[in-house]
Ligand binder design. Structure first.
Ligand code: KE4
Length: 445
């Protein structure tokens, strides 16, 4: 193991180490979301002091090119002027009312105009809340109880979705967390991602029992795994055949891979859509939406209950609006820029891993990218089994060296990296140079 990587707290990380030591006495794992604890990469987390553009600075003053991007929301980078100005101005007029505001109308109109399948939308505060609510709506609208989800896809921590796979292709899930009783997951059916036959078999075996098929149109929670050609179209057809609602969880892909989300990129229309991350521009905001015939069943139009104190709050609405307006500007110029930067990074990573003799399978959809540390050259990653077979030990070593070189990545092989409009050529080239060193270190593992 490279000497630098064996050190968890050199002088470079002294203040982060102290901050984390204190945090662990106060919060579970010293964090407010488990992935931030760095358990998958064998070192302590850095504590961030500030961010600007594509750079974050830790409490020791170290600067990093950032590909976490808050796990997706920061498509414009940290503290973009347009968002800061909008939030600051809005805050001077109040932060929350518990009464309707025009900002909610404005963001709702923007979302409905942008997302092809969404006719009516409800704002909530997190992706978990969006997925939980959309699932409840699917069950209410169909009168059916079961849901299909893909092994390795993540739809937030609502009980029904905290399900791990048993053996076999089509499995009744078992709870993936203590505190989730069997009774709450017995209606959750699991299939491998990118496997239409398993979906058809499940729908056939549970005819008239399934309310919806929930899926990330691009799986972003086991790395970045694009749908195989025909997969999404096949899900649409199967859902139509069996009277199952198709729920696209676009919390991560929404406005990320296309202004019209993955559903526009692939031309497949779901019945319900979850949004999050980018739609809130870095503030707590998410949404679920879809066809009016379903959404009009949500209270108070209809009987399906869902509520939230801070849902649609002005600060999140202002941040989301400013972000989407920036993405739309100059005929969606941001997406062309993101594509250019992401393609350059993809090529650079491929060249660096090849020259270090480290087998990788690099996936990318727009500004979501993931180098999988596969075991053999030529191996593909199309589902959870493929992803979990990767050399996570090599990824961890790669991660630690990248951090020492001033590049901070999502701290697990099973996360996507996010490129934003603030990642300029210098940042991309610095990342590729760091990766050249980090792949050599990983090759020693
Ligand atoms: P939140 O409840 O974390 O806002 O959203 C849950 C969620 C729902 N659906 C998809 C497709 C998601 O990617 C997420 C959250 N993504 C993770 C990233 N792997 C959030 C990071 C974290 O858990 O800290």
């Amino acid at each position: 193991m490279n000497k630098a990587n064996s050190q968890t707290t050199t002088t470079r990380y002294t203040k982060s180490a102290a901050a984390h030591a204190e945090a662990k006495t106060l919060m579970p794992g010293g964090v407010n979301s488990p992935v931030r604890a760095y358990n998958a990469v064998g070192r302590e987390p850095i504590t961030i002091a500030k961010g600007k553009g594509c750079v974050v600075t830790d409490v020791d003053g170290n600067e990093y090119v950032d590909y976490v991007g808050s796990y997706g929301p920061l498509i414009l980078g940290h503290a973009p002027e347009v968002v800061v100005a909008a939030v600051t101005k809005t805050a001077t007029h109040g932060t929350s009312f518990g009464m309707p505001t025009l900002l909610e109308n404005q963001l709702a109109k923007t979302v409905i105009d942008a997302v092809p399948s969404v006719q009516v939308v409800r704002f909530v505060n997190s992706g978990t809340e969006a997925a939980m609510s959309a699932l409840r709506l699917a069950r209410a609208a169909t009168g059916r109880g079961k849901v299909i989800k893909c092994i390795g896809c993540y739809h937030g921590h609502t009980d029904a979705m905290l399900v791990s796979a048993g053996s076999g292709a089509t499995t009744l899930g078992t709870p993936s967390s203590p505190g989730v009783p069997e009774s709450l997951v017995k209606n959750t059916l699991l299939v491998p991602y990118n496997d239409l036959a398993a979906v058809e078999a499940t729908m056939q075996a549970h005819k008239d029992e399934i309310a919806c098929m929930a899926v990330e149109p691009i799986a972003g929670n086991m790395g970045c795994i694009p749908p195989e050609p025909g997969y999404l179209e096949g899900l649409r057809k199967l859902c139509d055949t069996y009277g199952v609602l198709l729920l696209f969880d676009e919390v991560m892909t929404g406005f990320r891979v296309d202004y019209g989300c993955a559903q526009k990129l692939y031309g497949v229309m779901p019945d319900l859509t979850c949004l999050g991350k980018v739609v809130g521009g870095g503030l707590p905001c998410a949404a679920y939406g879809g066809k009016a015939e379903y959404m009009r069943q949500v209270a108070p139009d209809g009987p399906m209950y869902q509520a939230g104190t801070l849902s649609g709050n002005p600060l999140a609405m202002a941040a989301g609006l400013a972000t989407l307006q920036a993405l739309k500007a100059d005929d969606f110029a941001a997406y062309a820029q993101l594509e250019k930067s992401a393609r350059r990074l993809e090529m650079g990573l491929a060249e660096a891993s090849a020259s270090a003799g480290v087998p990788t399978y690099i996936t990318r959809v727009g500004s979501m990218i993931c180098p999988f540390f596969v075991r053999e050259v030529g191996q593909r990653v199309v589902n959870y089994d493929d992803a979990t077979a990767c050399r996570t030990d090599r990824f961890a070593a790669f991660f630690r060296t990248m951090l020492d070189e001033g590049v901070v990545l999502p701290p697990a092989q099973f996360e996507a990296w996010f490129i934003g409009t603030a990642h300029d050529d210098d940042a991309i080239e610095k990342t590729i140079a760091a990766a050249s060193k980090a792949f050599v270190v990983a090759s020693d593992i």
